[in-house]
Design a protein around this ligand. Structure first.
Ligand code: NAP
Length: 286
């Protein structure tokens, strides 16, 4: 699998190991700086931007979980290599085809996902496409630094709703898709079970921490200024455009996680309780 050291991939590793399946994880990290994966995972070194570096790791592989955050240029060569070796691929894509304003903003990643899907469709690979909406763990990326410092979160578009999906649920669906024939050809938009506004997510994190957090609404321009040293301008503008477009619309919801797993999808509130530690200030002893 690719992306094994990433947010979804780490959860997928646990899912597959718990099912007793052999897992081979690709990472760019050299042996001198290990990827910190659980015992039982076979770790191979390779890089999606250097297609020939994948050959050794692809020997004997039947199914591939494909996560692509690297530059896109080598995608045709990599997909061709996957098709030579593997029978099945599960792609972590995005809901770029979903007719909801949140997902319809022009976005380079969405265009690349469409291209990857096209490349895969041209091969004989048995494919399943996973299209998660907002990851629940974006909350950690966005708000942990502020919540570790104090009780105020400065952020725009507090009233905009999404249906954050827990990475563990994405991974659980990916594990089924890798191992069950009924998901061949599946094209799944995955969301959390409920809509929740951005301010509501901050409140849920506060509840999990036993603190009352204050959401301070920022204008888009103030947000651009405050984020200038934290993220590239195109990424910030992409988020602002999506939130602006989604203002006033109910979040897009699917029941696909529950339909596939036969149990309810995890809520954002559950995610917040399980990850509360990430929002506490680090102590001197770590
Ligand atoms: N965040 C969201 O709300 C959201 C929503 C929908 C879809 N998505 C999609 O989800 C994907 C990201 O998943 P994630 O968050 O689980 O990943 P992540 O945490 O960003 O981790 C990236 C993974 O990709 C691997 N990687 C990066 N460059 C590589 C390269 N050149 N060769 C081989 N491996 C490479 C990294 O492995 P090493 O560092 O170990 O090499 C790491 O495991 C993206 O395609 C994104 O568009 C995200």
């Amino acid at each position: 699998m690719t992306g094994a050291t990433g947010r979804v991939g780490r959860e997928l590793v646990h899912e597959l190991l718990a099912s007793g399946l052999p897992v081979r994880a690709l990472t760019r990290r050299p042996a001198s700086s290990p990827a910190d994966l659980p015992a039982g995972v076979e770790v191979v070194t390779g890089d999606l931007t250097v297609p020939e570096s994948l050959d050794a790791g692809l020997q004997g592989v039947t199914a591939v979980f494909l996560v692509w955050t690297a530059p896109p240029e080598t995608a045709p060569a990599v997909v061709a290599r996957l098709a030579e070796h593997a029978r099945r691929v599960v792609l972590l894509s995005s809901p770029h085809q979903t007719p909801h304003p949140f997902f319809q903003q022009p976005n380079r990643m969405a265009a690349f996902h469409a291209e990857l899907e096209r490349l895969i469709a041209e091969t004989r690979l048995e494919a399943t496409i996973l299209r998660p909406g907002m990851f629940a763990s974006n909350a950690r990326l966005w708000w942990a630094p502020q919540i570790q410092r104090g009780d105020v979160v400065r952020w725009p578009y507090g009233s905009v709703e999404t249906a954050p999906v827990d990475e563990r649920d994405i991974a659980a669906v990916a594990a089924r898709a890798l191992t069950e024939d009924r998901h061949i050809g599946g094209d799944y938009v995955l969301t959390g079970p409920h809509a929740i506004s951005q301010a509501g997510q901050v409140e849920a994190i506060g509840v999990a921490l036993g603190r009352r957090l204050q959401f301070v609404e920022l204008s888009p321009d103030d947000f651009r200024r405050e984020m200038a040293d934290r993220a590239p301008a195109p990424a910030i503008n992409m988020l602002l455009n999506a939130w602006q477009a989604a203002s006033g619309y109910p979040a897009f919801l699917t029941s696909t996680v529950a339909d596939i797993l036969g149990r309810p999808a995890r809520t954002f509130q559950q995610w917040a309780v399980e990850h509360a530690e990430d929002f506490r200030a680090p102590t001197a002893d770590g």
